[in-house]
Design a protein around this ligand. Structure first.
Ligand code: PGA
Length: 303
């Protein structure tokens, strides 16, 4: 019977599910490995179905394990929220804020967080930076408080608000012949060797949509796993690309230049959201309010 599971067992299980390892969970919780194994054996007995399967050295959750992980996380988070509300009643705004953002948001999110943390020094932040696909998976697993990504979401239900523009630009080597042309048709861009972000990237999704909307396909020369790698490849003369304007102006030397292409910039919106039905913690709602208010007040920072 599930109701025989103890809180401690669920806590240990949640850590294993999140960290993918018994060893790392035991380290995080300051428990010995045998204690962790014993707790998991008892929990498996209470559930009546296996929770893990081991493939190589990594632990994978079974279907039952995945269900239980979602419930365990909800329990932990609801206790954390309760902790924070009580802390707030006592007048201390402290607690944890877990954010997961797409890689292109890393150019501005830390600055906003810095300002927020100056006002709330008691808050401890963890910021996960990964691509869109992984951000959506994290949201589906309810791993974080809030998510930042640019396009309205596909398969999972996120309650999301837009807060700033994300302009996409066509970028090339400073000596590329197209830098002298104006109002370049997208068809011409489709002929150039193109540097594409990896599968799962939101930028890639937009690029595919932009070309697709005119019945075109980019002429992919190479696939690269980050905005920085693409910028370096442009400077290295490997091709052109379409990237967010946020990626410009960070490295100093050797910047790509923006081509004047018909229909560009294509402007997406940055969204911040959380899964439908998620109860936000005090700190998470404070951050959400802060971000939305700040963006209303200073639209000039919206790029
Ligand atoms: P990406 O996402 O960093 O995964 O490309 C950007 C976006 O959501 O537009």
């Amino acid at each position: 019977m599930m109701s025989h599971a103890t809180f401690r067992q669920l806590e240990v299980f949640e850590a294993i599910a999140r960290l993918g390892s018994f060893t790392r969970a035991s380290e995080e919780l300051h428990l010995t490995q045998p204690t962790v194994s014993m707790q998991m054996k008892k929990l498996t007995d209470a559930v009546g179905l296996p929770l893990f399967e081991q493939v190589g050295r990594r632990i994978h959750l079974t279907e039952a394990g995945k269900e239980l992980a979602i419930a365990a996380r909800e329990i932990m988070q609801s206790l954390e929220r309760c902790d924070m509300s009580i802390a707030e009643m006592r007048g201390l705004k402290k607690g944890k804020l877990r954010l997961a953002v797409v890689s292109t948001a890393k150019y501005f999110v830390p600055r906003i967080l810095g300002e927020f943390l100056r006002q709330h020094p008691g808050v401890e932040v963890s910021l996960k930076v990964t691509n869109r696909q992984r951000v959506l998976e994290r949201a589906a697993e309810n791993l974080d408080d809030l998510y930042i990504l640019s396009q309205p979401v596909g398969h999972i239900e996120l309650v999301a608000k837009s807060f700033m523009e994300n302009p996409l630009l066509v970028m090339a080597h400073p000596e590329h012949p197209l830098t002298h042309e104006r109002n370049i048709p997208l068809q011409r861009i489709a002929q150039e060797p193109f540097l594409m972000r990896e599968e799962g990237s939101g930028t890639r999704l937009s690029v595919e949509r932009i070309f697709g909307s005119q019945g075109l396909k980019p002429n992919i020369r190479m696939e690269l796993g980050s905005n920085e790698a693409i910028k370096q490849a442009i400077i290295g003369g490997l091709g052109i690309s379409i990237l967010s304007r946020h990626t410009l102006g960070m490295d100093g030397m050797g910047e790509p230049v923006v081509l004047d292409v018909e229909g560009f910039p294509v402007v997406n919106q940055w969204h911040i959201g959380h899964p439908h039905g998620k109860q936000l913690s005090v700190v998470a709602s404070a951050f959400l309010d802060y971000l939305l208010r700040r963006m209303m007040k200073s639209p000039e920072t919206s790029e």
